[in-house]
Design a protein around this ligand. Sequence first.
Ligand SMILES: Cc1cc2nc3c(=O)[nH]c(=O)nc-3n(C[C@H](O)[C@H](O)[C@H](O)COP(=O)(O)OP(=O)(O)OC[C@H]3O[C@@H](n4cnc5c(N)ncnc54)[C@H](O)[C@@H]3O)c2cc1C
Ligand SMILES: *[C@@H]1O[C@H](CO)[C@@H](O)[C@H](O)[C@H]1NC(C)=O
Ligand SMILES: *[C@@H]1O[C@H](CO)[C@@H](O)[C@H](O)[C@H]1NC(C)=O
Ligand SMILES: *[C@@H]1O[C@H](CO)[C@@H](O)[C@H](O)[C@H]1NC(C)=O
Ligand SMILES: *[C@@H]1O[C@H](CO)[C@@H](O)[C@H](O)[C@H]1NC(C)=O
Ligand SMILES: *[C@@H]1O[C@H](CO)[C@@H](O)[C@H](O)[C@H]1NC(C)=O
Ligand SMILES: *[C@@H]1O[C@H](CO)[C@@H](O)[C@H](O)[C@H]1NC(C)=O
Length: 539
Amino acid sequence: MEISHIKLVPVLLFILLNSVWCTTSNSISESFLQCFSSHIPSNTSSKIIITKNNPAYYSVFQFSIQNLRFLNTPTPKPEAIITPFKHSHVQAAVICSKKEGIQIRTRSGGHDYEGLSYVSIAPFILIDLFELRSIDIDIENEIAWVESGATLGELYYAIAQKSKVHGFPAGTCPTVGVGGHISGGGYGSLFRKYGMAADNVLDAKIVDVNGRVLDRKSMGEDLFWAIRGGGGASFGVILSWKLRLVPVPPTVTTYVASKTMEEGATKLLSKCQTIADWMPEGYFLRVVIGVTNGTNGGKTIEAEFSFLFLETYEELLPWMKENFPEFNLSRSAFTEMSWIQSILYSSSYSINDTEALLNRSQQSRSSFKGKSDYVTEPLSEAGMEVLYQIMFQLDASTVILTPFGGIMSEISESEIPFPHRKGNLYEIQYFVTWDDDKDSEKYVSWTRMAYAYMAAYVSKSPRGAYLNSRDLDLGINKDANTSYAEASIWGLSYFKNNFRRLAQVKTVVDPGNFFFNAQSIPVLRSGKMKCQQELDASL
Ligand SMILES: Cc1cc2nc3c(=O)[nH]c(=O)nc-3n(C[C@H](O)[C@H](O)[C@H](O)COP(=O)(O)OP(=O)(O)OC[C@H]3O[C@@H](n4cnc5c(N)ncnc54)[C@H](O)[C@@H]3O)c2cc1C
Ligand SMILES: *[C@@H]1O[C@H](CO)[C@@H](O)[C@H](O)[C@H]1NC(C)=O
Ligand SMILES: *[C@@H]1O[C@H](CO)[C@@H](O)[C@H](O)[C@H]1NC(C)=O
Ligand SMILES: *[C@@H]1O[C@H](CO)[C@@H](O)[C@H](O)[C@H]1NC(C)=O
Ligand SMILES: *[C@@H]1O[C@H](CO)[C@@H](O)[C@H](O)[C@H]1NC(C)=O
Ligand SMILES: *[C@@H]1O[C@H](CO)[C@@H](O)[C@H](O)[C@H]1NC(C)=O
Ligand SMILES: *[C@@H]1O[C@H](CO)[C@@H](O)[C@H](O)[C@H]1NC(C)=O
């Protein structure tokens, strides 16, 4: 029993568990503390460095862990947590960690699917940016400077305080951090009209491996390109982003309808598979498919269709009538609201409780596992049937479809590292949550099985994946010397042809691979021969 359990825990966990047993040191070195306080006033230093014997240590550590899978299991804990409130504190943390040869992990909102912002195989220091979250909105010029530790909810709230007709095209979950989200791409209800969060970054500030603060001009266009979708953690610590705000109408409309298989879900799903190509760019759809109790005592599949229209009911009605006569189109089935309310609505907050956007605690936390795919050809009926059969194997299974299209099809694949643009009909996520970690294996295995069965129906060579739905099953770096060819196993899925440029940037800005983690961008090895071999192997 015990043995089979260990055999089936995810690869990384297995490594992590081993390293717990092997790690003996449990306090941070004196020389690190000395280095740190030599860079910043010591009365400040002692406030922002939280060591293991500090009573606040555990509560700060666990506060923004969103995936309880990595809290309930014994993962190695940081030697210390640094909570900077000035940019110079981040600089000192990087300089001293590098000097002492200890790794760092950078955490903004803590939503990483695989916990990479707060777990590490090697001893590490956690830089938690939750105190670095100032937001400066300039409506006149339609720009914002936002620090990495801010959440999307805080950003949306700050925009709404200044303007009812501006928004920002990022994710829908208010507790997600802008540090991880934007550096990994980031999309939500405005992305078919305005692109991803990373498509709307105008400038950024980053602490590089040498502890310097760089902006767009001083970091250069290559690094500025890399951090907009290539993941920040491979390149430095991003301090802040300058964002382009986008116009939203004063009134938007939401519509949610659920249909079971018996009520015609399959026909609607078929129609929605190609919707990327024909839905106006100001419309957004997300379909959540789950298993539910049927009327006849058995199980059935239910699909929930959630639309957001950047229009009023009167304006959208002709399109709905023409395309979705199956739905109940009476006025009372639609809800008109402001854009900021639509954010609250989609997160199941009361739409008048704008302050809820400032609450950094998730409404509920659980363990979860997600995997992503991109669909380029509509699933046949047989493919749909395969999906249903997989879902029936686990009551808690959830599959989320997000149609692309709109401006996403017009932005070039190499504009930023996020490559999944034209030709993608929708993204699929296989996503499960659970509360009792005794059952982890059952749920994680389900996502792997779903992923295996769906291979025939999704993008191929490479099979695409979304960095912000991080999945260590795709492959991990065995150590800091992992080669480009080895890392390509997962790197090409996330980045396609942009992976090579990411590795080139990495090699220039962090040749010693200080910013290393289980899925960080690899350094191209020095030596012309070796380098050439690696590039050849990747072609
Ligand atoms: C409940 C939930 C809802 C989500 N909804 C959406 C959605 O609607 N759309 C979408 O696109 N994605 C969504 N995501 C995915 C989310 O965008 C990613 O998990 C994102 O990376 C989270 O950013 P974070 O700052 O909260 O995470 P963290 O865990 O803090 O960081 C994620 C990664 O980025 C690195 N990082 C964080 N901050 C910095 C920094 N300042 N400098 C350098 N590296 C940094 C971390 O080290 C880690 O590798 C969701 C995730 C969850 C759990
Ligand atoms: C640290 O000391 C300096 C000089 O005495 C003072 O100005 C500063 O406010 C102190 N900082 C904190 C965080 O107490
Ligand atoms: C389905 O039925 C089972 C047992 O009949 C019940 O325990 C469960 O709560 C029901 N699920 C839903 C989603 O209604
Ligand atoms: C349509 O929705 C409205 C409001 O939710 C409801 O009152 C009405 O009965 C529904 N009509 C049909 C045909 O289901
Ligand atoms: C929100 O506030 C408006 C205006 O005060 C009110 O008409 C509406 O009923 C409220 N909605 C909810 C869901 O509380
Ligand atoms: C923030 O959200 C959490 C979780 O939903 C809740 O328990 C808490 O009361 C909220 N805090 C405030 C200040 O509303
Ligand atoms: C990486 O390679 C260098 C040089 O070959 C070696 O010194 C170092 O120990 C290696 N690091 C790891 C983690 O294997």
